[in-house]
Design a protein around this ligand. Structure first.
Ligand code: S3P
Length: 433
């Protein structure tokens, strides 16, 4: 499936993008191991979160089919999961495999978890190392999936100093910690998204965050909860950038999660001159939520503060589209993690920006982008959803047509992207060849 985009246009109206991916995964995982019936609303019916849902069904958890983002989970308790009959395939989803392998390490049964071609190339040593220190036995294919997790291991709590700022690694260790004897604690080189901690607390499982140390005691109980998932700021980010770069735009994004460990994109875009208004700020199920109004504004290049990188990690590709439309140079550093996402996002963005005539210099840990006029062209997405959506947004300021090849993976995180984007003004056509 490819996207064809006519140049120009503006974004207007009021939209709600789909539910937060990180919270959707966690709602299934924690709801499954809680006691009692959990209800979820705002669930992201994208392929990644649905892969997590299917995996927990395979482990014997009754979960209703999501309809309009609503589902219920009959929790089986911390010790109630059953051995899956087959290999669990989580497709493209790094969050599913990394979080689940922590949880699976504490089960009495063996399990195997795998994924698609992209996932089979992604590094798992980062979770295998701490989980092994806790007593887990996990074999991999040279540090990559498939992962075989041995059951029946007695886990012991550890303290782990994360070498990379990764919420997936932190969460994996904490989920194993639920099954470990004693206390499990982690420190991070920089703060990362804290949905696991918040949601565990929401399920009545105490997680302590003090002086940068996040810890929990093994062997407790999660109690069923009602989880209301806000719209995903990572999906909203495409529209924040689109409305910022397209003259005449005035767009409202409704009910967006603006957790302070996720809102780096707002601060970065504002530093570039973007006009983003945060309206109706409120707390929903322990997570800060707001409506965001964004209007076109001239942007300027900046040095992206390195401390914002983990707080905007998934939004950086589309931030680079903003950089291409900005006056002057934008410098991104300290973002080597982008090289091990669904594609090497530094390489994918450098290649695509060059296709559109935008000067850029990729570096091992980032990229420098000089703003300028964007031509049309053909973009290779490397089967990466966020690359596909970033270059679709670029069309708003291109001088000619853009073809974005291989866009089917958009459905992993943002089902309905093309329809929603067209509704607010992107001139996009889907070709199913
Ligand atoms: C996620 C953490 C981030 C992010 C991913 C979702 C999560 O990955 O890129 O899309 O839900 O914990 P890392 O932990 O690898 O940075």
């Amino acid at each position: 499936m490819h996207f064809y985009l006519d140049p120009g246009g503006k974004l207007t109206g009021s939209i709600r993008v789909p539910g937060d991916k990180s919270m959707s995964h966690r709602s299934i995982m924690l709801g499954s191991i809680a006691e009692g019936r959990t209800t979820v609303s705002g669930f992201l019916e994208g392929e990644d979160a649905l892969a997590t849902l299917a995996a927990f069904r395979a482990m014997g958890v009754q979960i209703t089919d999501p309809t309009a983002g609503r589902l219920t989970i009959e929790g089986v308790g911390l010790r109630g999961l059953r051995s899956p009959e087959q290999v669990m395939d989580v497709g493209n989803s790094g969050t599913s495999i990394r979080l689940m392998v922590g949880l699976l390490s504490g089960q009495p049964f063996d399990s195997i978890i795998t994924g698609d071609q992209s996932l089979l190339r992604r590094p798992m040593g980062r979770v295998i190392t701490p989980l092994s220190q806790m007593g887990a036995l996990i074999s991999s294919h040279e540090g990559c999936p498939p992962l075989e997790v041995k059951g029946g291991r007695a886990l012991a709590g550890i303290h782990y100093d994360l070498p990379v700022a990764s919420a997936q690694v932190k969460s994996s260790v904490l989920l194993a910690g639920l099954y470990a004897q004693g206390r499990t604690s982690v420190t991070e080189p920089a703060p990362t998204r804290d949905h696991t901690e918040r949601m565990l607390n929401g399920f009545g499982y105490p997680v302590d965050t003090r002086d940068g140390v996040i810890s929990l005691e093994g062997g407790g109980t999660l109690s069923a909860a009602d989880i209301d998932i806000p719209a995903d700021i990572s999906s909203a980010a495409f529209f924040l950038v689109g409305a910022s770069i397209a003259p005449g735009s005035d767009l409202i994004l409704e009910h967006v999660g603006i957790n302070p460990t996720r809102d780096g994109v707002i601060r970065i875009l504002r530093a570039m001159g973007a006009d983003i208004e945060i309206m109706n700020e409120r707390l929903v199920g322990g997570e800060p939520v707001a409506d965001l109004r964004v209007r076109h504004a001239p942007l300027n290049g900046i040095e992206i503060p390195e401390e914002e990188v983990p707080l905007a990690i998934d939004e950086l590709p589309v931030v680079l589209i903003a950089a291409a439309c900005a006056e002057g140079v934008t410098v991104l550093r300290g973002a080597e993690e982008l090289r091990v996402k669904e594609s090497d996002r530094i390489a994918s963005m450098a290649e695509g920006l060059s296709q559109l005539g935008i000067r850029n210099t990729p570096r091992p840990d980032g990229i420098e982008v000089t703003g300028g006029e964007m031509s049309g062209g053909v973009i290779a997405t490397h089967f990466d959803h966020r690359i596909a959506m970033s270059f679709s947004i670029a069309a708003l300021r291109a001088t000619d047509r853009i073809k974005v090849s291989d866009c089917a993976h958009v459905a992993t995180s943002f089902p309905g992207f093309s329809e929603l984007a067209v509704r607010c003004g992107l001139q996009l056509e889907v070709a199913d060849e």
